[in-house]
Write a protein that binds this ligand. Structure first.
Ligand SMILES: [Zn+2]
Length: 133
């Protein structure tokens, strides 16, 4: 027997599916959302849907962006001959925060891991090799 109504249980279950969110955190977030003003809930759901619909890979570096070419690749003041290969967009942002790097990036979206069954074809390695030719 569910302790909560079916809609509350559904909200908790959806939140608990997110990485790093356990059952207790999912319940806390669900009740927080239920106590939020309607416009804040709509802004949150719109942000999720808009990001899902509009975020794509940059045509040049494959970072996540909502434009064809990301602002870093468009920036002509950067050194486009130096390419830092990073595992994911979060790593790229971490390097950008240091403000010590003026080259561009190539985002692999993963790391080769035979233990986890992640092969070179599972990440953006082919695109990097094409870039280096
Ligand atoms: Zn880019």
């Amino acid at each position: 027997m569910d302790l909560y109504s079916s809609q509350i249980s559904r909200l908790i279950a959806e939140l608990a599916d997110l990485p790093g969110i356990g059952a207790k955190t999912a319940q806390r977030l669900a009740f927080h959302i239920l106590n939020m003003p309607e416009e804040k809930v709509k802004a949150l759901s719109d942000a999720i849907i808009d990001a899902k619909h509009n975020v794509r890979y940059c045509n040049e570096c494959f970072t996540l962006t909502d434009e064809e070419v990301c602002p870093i690749c468009r920036d002509q003041s950067r050194n486009h001959k130096v390419i830092m290969v990073v595992e994911n967009t979060r790593d790229q942002v971490a390097y950008e925060k240091t403000q010590k790097y003026d080259g561009v990036y190539h985002v692999l979206h993963g790391a080769i891991s035979p233990m986890l069954g992640i092969a070179p074809n599972d990440i953006k390695l082919k695109q990097l090799l094409k870039l280096l030719q």
